[in-house]
Design a protein around this ligand. Structure first.
Ligand SMILES: [Zn+2]
Length: 423
């Protein structure tokens, strides 16, 4: 009875590109109770389900929604700090934190909206004490907030970690079912080793997940290995703890304080990631979030993503926030990555969808169009064929260039482009 009462909708398009399977011409998805009940040809699904409502997108391709594996919602476009150097950018960011508080909620709402209009269905967001959770929760997106904490605001690592653990518990109350809260250990230069280690240990003991920024900038590399430079000054001023160069890379440092395990996603990995570091990433099973446009803006080098993928490291894409990135369009980020690394459209599209889902540990629920997963879909104005590039590249280019006409999360359409002329 309950089955029959739940609304059943067929989403159909000229093509369906499941990412986990090959392209389906005149394809369709049967959606029931927010999940994909079947996938196949429109003709067959219509015949088997005569009572279902049918939404047809005739000049379009349906793909999985974008999974943003690393973002900050609380930044706005138009007054970002100058790029080119991580230290200059970070200096200005820190100096503007007091004024930022007044507009962070509005920025978070706008960033979420922009992501939705660009076909994002799952958003992994990091913000201080989870401050952007209300805007994520009301946006209609599925996702999670990684709540950052600043241990130097507390008397001891124990007190800081108790606080963030309690904060996560309280933030989890009353949320939409597909919105979660986890912990972020922000970065080596803002969280002292004892607090980082303790937070990771507590998260791991209770089966939680962790995010961190790692090996992002030349400044971070110098700080961790030599104990000198701009970030050593920041650490001394903010954290007010002793710090000596560790003589090892940021990745090996993170491993040494037990930050890296399969429940951790490390953002950036852009500067100085060596073969030895890649071995650490493989050994620990940590996932990576690749943010190439942010890395370029801040002068942070190029992450060795093809090498990481070849070694089986789970990699997703992240837009980062609007103070270091030109847009919240994850397909644009993935297209940029594909061009940067000379990767195929197939790899680019997979990184933006199933790759992100794997990196975040939600691949059984999202990231591709398969029966049983949530119906998280993006409808792109593109009919692949005859242009000399792969269907995946055609659709990725269209989605990156403003071609998203509808976004569906858990079967519910949360965005439709006005004037898109869909039936
Ligand atoms: Zn970030």
């Amino acid at each position: 009875m309950a089955e029959e009462a739940s609304p059943t909708v067929i989403f159909a398009a000229a093509f369906v590109l499941p990412v986990s399977a090959s392209l389906i011409k005149n394809g369709a998805l049967l959606v029931r109770s927010g999940r994909i009940a079947a996938i196949g040809s429109l003709e067959k699904l219509r015949r088997d389900n005569p009572g279902a409502e049918v939404r047809i997108f005739p000049r379009h391709t349906i793909i999985p929604g974008a999974v943003n594996a690393h973002a900050h919602l609380g930044f706005r476009r138009g007054d970002e700090p100058e790029g080119g150097s991580f230290s200059r950018w970070m200096t200005e960011l820190i100096s503007r934190l007091p004024e930022k508080a007044a507009w962070t909620p509005e920025a978070a709402r706008n960033s979420a909206r922009e992501a939705i209009e660009a076909g994002t269905t799952f958003m992994a967001e990091s913000s201080l004490y989870g401050e952007c959770l209300p805007q994520l929760a009301e946006s209609g997106l599925a996702g999670r907030v990684y709540a950052e904490f600043l241990p130097f605001e507390f008397d001891s690592p124990e007190e800081a970690v108790d606080f963030i653990e309690e904060k996560v518990r309280s933030l989890r109350e009353g949320l939409p079912s597909r919105v979660g809260v986890e912990v972020s250990v922000h970065a080596p230069y803002t969280v002292d080793p004892e607090s980082a280690r303790l937070a990771a240990q507590r998260v791991r003991e209770r089966g939680g997940l962790l995010a961190t920024h790692l090996s992002e900038s030349p400044e971070e590399y110098e700080f961790v290995s030599e104990g000198t430079g701009f970030l050593a000054d920041i650490f001394a001023r903010l954290v007010q703890a002793d710090w000596e160069g560790k003589g090892i890379s940021p990745v090996r440092y993170a491993e040494s304080i037990e930050l890296l395990w399969p429940g951790t996603i490390a953002a950036h990995l852009a500067t100085g990631v060596s073969e030895e570091d890649i071995q650490v990433l493989v050994r620990t099973g940590v996932a990576a979030a690749h943010c190439p446009r942010s890395n370029e803006y801040l002068g942070c080098g190029v992450s060795p993503v093809p090498e990481m993928l070849a070694r089986g490291i789970r990699v997703g894409m992240g837009t980062d926030g609007l103070w270091s990135s030109p847009s919240m369009n994850l397909f644009e980020e993935a297209l940029f990555a594909a061009r940067l690394h000379g990767m195929s459209g197939e790899t680019g599209l997979a990184l933006a969808t199933l790759g992100g889902a794997r990196a975040l540990g939600i691949e059984r629920e999202a990231g591709s169009l398969e029966a049983g997963k949530w119906a998280d879909l993006t409808v792109v104005e593109a009919v692949p064929g005859g242009t000399g590039v792969s269907p995946e590249m055609e659709v990725l280019e269209a989605a990156a260039g403003g071609g998203v006409v509808a976004t569906v999360v858990g079967g519910g359409q949360i965005y439709e482009k006005s004037g898109s002329g869909v039936s």
